[in-house]
Design a protein around this ligand. Sequence first.
Ligand code: HEM
Length: 518
Amino acid sequence: MPSVSLALCDYLGFAPTWQALHPVVTSYTLFYGILSVSVVAYRLSPLHPMYAFPGPRLARFSKLWSMWVAHTGRQFTIYQELHEKYGPFVRVGPNDLSISDPKAIPAVLGSGGLPRGRFYEVHSDPNAPSNLVVLKGEEHSNRKRLWKRGMGPEALHEYTDMMAYRANLFLDRVAEVPGPINLVPWFGYFSFDCMGDMIFGGGFEMLRDGADKDGLWGLIEGYFVATSFLCHIPWIAKPLSRIPIVAKRFVKLRSFGAEFAAERVKKGSMKKDLWYHLIDEAGLEKQPPSKGSVISDGTLAIIAGADTSARVLAAFFYFLLTDPVQYSRVRNEIEKVFAEGGNLLDTSKYDDLVYLDACITETLRLLPPVPTGGRRRVVEGTGGRVICGRFVPEGTEIYVPPYVLQRDPKNFSPRAEEFWPDRWLQKTNSGSLKEDPSFVLNAAALIPFSHGPGMCVAKNLARQEMKMLVCLVLTRYDVQTVEGFNKDEFLSSFREHFVMRPMIPLNVTFRPRESKLI
Ligand code: HEM
């Protein structure tokens, strides 16, 4: 081989340079070759502290396996199959574990559990202040206090009018569009507009345009695809972010946030929107947050909030539209709760929509928008952790995957893989199944919003937003999937890049109906 390259260099006229470089190149190649072989041998050997955990051989020695899995977008089903094969602990990377034992939920995600892993480093913009998801410890709790104020019952009440405006606009716009409508982007327009109003006092107008004209949604989807790869090699994220062409998504996202924030500050707001709470306009904090950190958090809210809610709405309508019995039950319940002349925007009645609530919960169980979840880390220097009776060495990153837990018959039985909202009503009614020993409902294993200190701040907001739109749509329209819609194909088209989304349209028709509700 060296003689071939020498001959080639000679032919090209590089021979003297090559001769000088040859020993250096050979030493480096040898050094890195031996190093790589030793690392791989160590990772596969019984000397590695993770040796006892079973898992695919390729995953044990290289991150390339995880990157391949991320590339398929089927990480959630691949992990489910691995757990079926290997049991509750699976080694899914050289130093990565996936645990599907519900007892791991408090141990890993709960307070006193583990901090977020290096996974999240790629979600941090190196040129902007950290957002909530990247902060740790006390800094995280301090910032979360502001978020909690912005998501409390009083604040939610304040957002109702904004949501109602967008939900009504949705109804008007779908009636104007000729022919069948693909619900997937339209739910996106709705939830992006809601988030924009709530955080920055408006500005997106995707529903009005019937399009994502500024490419914001596309930008976020691309961001999720990129980060779902990079989170497996977070050490590369920082150097990459210095390359302008790679960093452009961050820069664009940041400038979106900054532009909307500038507009919000200029216009002010008559409402106590989320910005009001995050920037602490009420002056409740000893140390008010910087404008930069609020821009980072506002951008995070768009990234974390719009896509997720839109995906749940699409999944919810999919289940309902493919099951006429459930569809009628939900609509009948809405009409009963609001009775004649009732106001569908009266959110205080939403707690009475028990069956609708069960349907939303069942959707979140079967298709959680963040199906594998973010990793947590056993921090170096802590000496490791015992989790569910097994010693886990320091430096390990741990998944507790919602999709796997929520479809496990040990947690939800019978019909673990089926849409069966009634399972959620057995605990409130003295349902006949409650006494049946084969009936299992382990509500603690339901974690679509995660659990513990890193849990979603906005789960009540998300539920309220979904309920409002469902109430309005189902009472004003008869909605049907178009002829030829293939329900199995739609279901198997879901792909995960941190957030899970369907890759084919959910085409429907809207037929107006008479309703006495307003
Ligand atoms: C159905 C809709 C939603 C789902 C399923 C969902 C799910 C999640 C999950 C699983 C996490 C934890 C991620 C992790 O730690 O690995 C999370 C965190 C978060 N979510 Fe949501 N989310 C939803 C809607 C929203 C909305 C509407 C907003 C914003 C207005 C939002 C803002 C956040 C924030 C700020 C965090 C970080 C919390 C923290 O670090 O303490 N989410 N969400």
